[in-house]
Design a protein around this ligand. Sequence first.
Ligand code: F6P
Length: 491
Amino acid sequence: FIKPLAVKSNGQLVIVSNRGACTFRETSQGVKGIPSVSGLVSALEPVVAREGGVWVAWGGRFGNEGDETGISCPLPEGDPKYVFQEVMLAPREVDLYYNGFANSCLWPLCHNFIEKSVFEEQYWQAYCQVNEKYARVILRTTKPQDFIWIHDYHLAKVPSYIRRFRTRARISLFWHIPFPPAEIFAVMPWAKEYISDMLDAELVGFHTQNYAQNFLQAAEEIAGAKVDYVSGTIYRERKRTKVVALPIGINWREFESLAGSAEVMQRAAQIRRSVGGDYMLVGVDRLDYTKGILERLQALAWLFKNCPQYRGKVTFVQIAVPSRTDTYAYQELRRKIEETVGRINGAFTENYHVPVRYLFKSLSKEELVAHYLAADMALVTPVKDGLNLVAKEYVVTNANNTGVLLLSPFAGAAQQLKEALQANPFSPRETAEQIIAGLEMPDAEKKRRLKALNNVVRNQDIDWWWEQLRLNWLGDVLQSRYVSPSDKVPE
Ligand code: F6P
């Protein structure tokens, strides 16, 4: 067993992602940074703020086709801990690489929506170009001994572009969304090259064991690599890639402290009063077809239709955070959600009590926590989700109350949060029945479940996640990327 290296003793940490800690806007006073809305960003910020280093990401601004390296800015403002290194992308690149390949091909493919996946050669070409551009910015702004930690499906070819120039670079890749079964991934025309390029990372991480298994199988069946399923190791051209399942955690102290603040508690009480009725349910999601918002609304309609005793008593508050608004599938979904909300309210409003409150906007952390606190129950019922951090945030926020979490078995978090109620989002009846089970649950059971859920979320938090990852990456794999003649490689 080799002791993990402290990242800084040898090189610095370099986080690489599509979206970074902030999005830049041009104003009359100059460029202004606005915090980004993303689970990935809120999870990685505390890690890089503690370790220091560089965060390489697109800053949301548009450059010309040839522009590569944008501004470097120390963050957080006023108390800098790391440097944000902006990558410049042209409008056409964002359209084809981000809206196109990442969000219209990979995203649906990995979330079981094959029929929505668009396989366009020009999307793929742009994806390759942008990944290569990222690699050039990384090579320019980092040193050979640095630890390059790449995130998500937007940038899976970056390891391979970096290795062309730095064969011994230390590279790890974390995949934040589901990884589908090999036979589904194989449908993508560029699957073989894609998986092979991911194998240029020495460590590849996923949120669940299922996703990791699917990836091992894809490496064997699609990329023709040798795989040791027991140790989670992939062998290719005398080099190995380790695969780990590590569910990302949250910075629960931040949520605990917000939940205890007098202003947030007052705001929660105010929300509760404005909503009225006996029970408040909450859903918080980016407006995305993977999140099961429409299916959830159908479950509510089922409940109000078949159990009229809850009319006038239950209010469902859906906070839908605007997301990928340039993509047709998201515009279409928004239209359908808004229509459905209107239909439910038209049919089931009783004594002017409105059953569904719908907000299409993003909330500050304080507002978010106030909504979690006000709600008797959180409905986290995606049709497919890599992990889902809202589930974890809700249980920490309500640790001292009596909240109930209803979770879809198709959210990665369901592998960890066993004490949550579960419902299949594709069944309006089952979801409605579980909502009723949650509303009618005795307080003692609510508290028992919340306690068990809190144990998991607090023990396997963001510090645990980074520590485990670091152990796997720097404590073990680094020394053994190259297979020696005495190593046993599966036949
Ligand atoms: O976690 C998956 C993810 O795609 C992240 O990579 C991303 O930052 C987040 O969801 C939000 O999506 P987007 O960056 O496309 O708005």
